[in-house]
Write a protein that binds this ligand. Sequence first.
Ligand code: NAP
Length: 280
Amino acid sequence: MKKLYGVIGDPIGHSMSPDMHNDSFSALQIDAHYQPFHIKSEDLKTAVAGMKAIGLSGFNVTVPHKTAIMPLLDEIDPLAQAIGAVNTVVREENRFIGYNTDGEGFVRGLNEEYGSSVLDKKIAIIGAGGAARAIYYTLSQQGSIRVDIANRTPEKAEELKNRCPYPVETVLLSLEELEKQLGHYDILIQTTSIGMSPKVSETPISVANIRPDAFVSDIIYNPAETMIMKEAKKQGARVQNGLKMFVYQGALAFEKWTGVLPDPKRMQKIVEDKLGGTSC
Ligand code: NAP
């Protein structure tokens, strides 16, 4: 019988996950379908029970349900528990198990573009929201040595650091301090929403002091090149956007559901075509 997967969120109409996953099911000749479900917060509990009852084999979870869904699941993977958010649910018999593939998706995409492991590099993260949490905890879990954080609201960065269950050396900086000390870092990870519409001409910090051999990874992928990426390129730095993070979080979810890692290049092409162009 055809297996059913999906993604739940509110809104959900813009999601590129259905095209990405359905293409991979078809390319791998897996008899399955991936469907978007528009679920409002007040219906989340009923929706999860309904998905279990109708036999959904797994699903992705997006805004605003990534944290709210956690008490509704039967088990949470330790990394997802630490991050405090679930983006992938796997069905095992009659149990729903929650995972978070955002951080691992980011690290895979970063390693690929950087050309080697980043764990021994000196890394700075701008931002301390949900995406930064997934990235920081995953880097720490995988053995990163030094990951500093700069956020507009210092208390949020402090909370992120204090709650990290994995050993990592972290200095908390203001955005101004990071600007001045940028020359110390090999890799800068931009996780704020600055650079997305309507703030396409803004950057969260000036990158005038970045080293020409540094690497800037912005997790935004629409627009394909944010202002901070443009400015960093002018200083000679290499850059990447958030497309690989998005593709790999999806590929890793697919692998958890089916045991097969789909072709990330094929997935990326689907998303690029949907976005109407290529990206970095
Ligand atoms: P979030 O939890 O709302 O966090 C937003 C972060 O941006 C916070 O650190 C916030 O600082 C900072 N920020 C917002 N406006 C700011 C401003 N004007 N000046 C300075 N800092 C500002 O959001 P999120 O879920 O982490 O998502 C962040 C971005 O990542 C979004 O653009 C999202 O689309 C993107 N994203 C991409 C992927 C991917 O697959 N590529 C996955 C997830 C998210 P404060 O703490 O001071 O408010």
